[in-house]
Design a protein around this ligand. Structure first.
Ligand code: TYM
Length: 339
């Protein structure tokens, strides 16, 4: 069975970008693949954060993921810091086969560091922020993942993981017995990069300046529909896909395509000249329907936090069985004396 790994930070509520860009694939892949999913709390402390909120958000994220459809019977779900010894040690080993220059040019690092330096994000540019992609590499390759379902913004991180894995294999393993599998990013056909509804040239993100541009998975249907109907578009009237000239409309076309499974060309034919109002209402309705079952399941699960905790403890034990073996093999390959 194809092995899959992915992760998500426990920072705030899930939004439509997380859902369409990554989580829809997380859920679909459980049907025929060996999936491991992780709430990456060690990644969440690389920028300024609130320690009290972190604990709460971790359990909330687990509840949200289960509501979305992550199924503990078919996939392993765990919290990264529960295996901090394994992931942390693996990160150190991988640090030593990673180039400083390679990390310095990572687009996400550059973007966050620039925002911190400009005073737009709080805190300092930490060594943890710099090293973030190596921890992510450890996450992925400890589980020998072949496929990594993520949004477009994570493409460079997965490419880096592939390069580091390849370098490790080349340096420390016989040619016919590489230790690490080379991972590949898997993006959805549409909505791999969902944009902010108010600023459609920026990616929808938890740290957006206004909540109006971000569709929360648990937003009440009326609120959610209103956000979509108030999405910023252009001054034209035709519903046509053009990321340069019509960023807002193109974003909504991608969302509608992902929500309904219909081709963008087909949607352009249907809504092309019916005006933005009709089109936006159709998008709003499709998203409300898409999220309805998620919201219903969330309401059921939120009443039983003990069950969520049990699922995470079981997930951590299962994840440890795999990753601790890989770590021991990596140490052996690197020549550490086991004593
Ligand atoms: P994170 O927590 O920022 O986001 C979780 C997932 O949601 C996707 N995503 C989007 N997709 C489309 N449009 C958007 N606007 C949008 N916003 C977020 C992200 O691409 C991601 O798939 N570094 C990762 C977490 C991570 C990880 C890993 C992922 C840690 N270790 C190992 C894969 C494998 C992150 O911060 O994702």
């Amino acid at each position: 069975m194809t092995r899959v790994f992915s992760g998500i930070q426990p920072t705030g509520d899930l939004h439509l970008g997380n859902y369409l860009g990554a989580l829809v694939n997380w859920v679909a892949m459980q049907d025929d693949r060996d999936c491991t999913y992780c709430i990456v709390d060690l990644h969440a402390v690389t920028v300024e954060y609130d320690p009290t909120a972190l604990r709460q958000r971790t359990i909330e994220m687990a509840t949200n993921l289960l509501a979305v459809g992550v199924d503990p019977q078919r996939a392993t779900l765990f919290v990264q810091s529960h295996l901090g010894d394994v992931h942390g040690e693996a990160t150190w080993l991988l640090n030593c086969v990673t180039g400083f220059g390679e990390l310095r040019k990572q687009p996400q690092f550059k973007e966050k560091a620039d925002r911190i330096e400009a005073g737009d994000l709080e805190g300092q540019v930490s060594v943890g922020l710099f090293d973030y992609p190596v921890l992510q590499t450890a996450d992925i390759i400890l589980y020998h993942a072949e496929e990594v379902p993520v949004g477009e913004d994570q493409r460079h991180h997965v490419e880096l993981a592939r390069n580091i894995a390849q370098r490790f294999n080349h340096r420390f393993c016989p040619e016919d017995a590489p230790l690490f599998t080379l991972p590949q990013a898997i993006h959805p056909a549409a909505a791999a990069r969902v944009m902010d509804l108010q600023e459609p040239t920026n990616r929808m993100s938890k740290s957006a300046s206004s909540p109006k541009g971000v569709v929360g998975l648990l937003d009440e249907p009326a609120r959610l529909a209103k956000k979509i109907r108030s999405a910023v578009t252009d001054s034209g009237t035709d519903v046509r896909y053009d990321r340069q000239e019509k960023a807002g409309i193109s974003n909504l076309l991608e969302v509608l395509s992902a929500a309904t499974g219909r081709e963008i060309a087909d949607l352009e034919r249907e809504y092309g000249d019916r005006g933005y109002g009709v089109f936006k209402s159709a998008v709003a309705e499709a998203v409300v329907e898409l999220l309805r079952p998620v919201q219903e399941r969330h309401a059921e699960l939120a009443g039983d936090p003990g069950e969520v905790e049990r699922i995470l403890a079981d997930g951590a034990a299962r994840a440890r069985e795999v990753s601790s073996v890989t770590l021991a093999e990596a140490k052996d390959a690197m020549g550490f004396w086991a004593g």
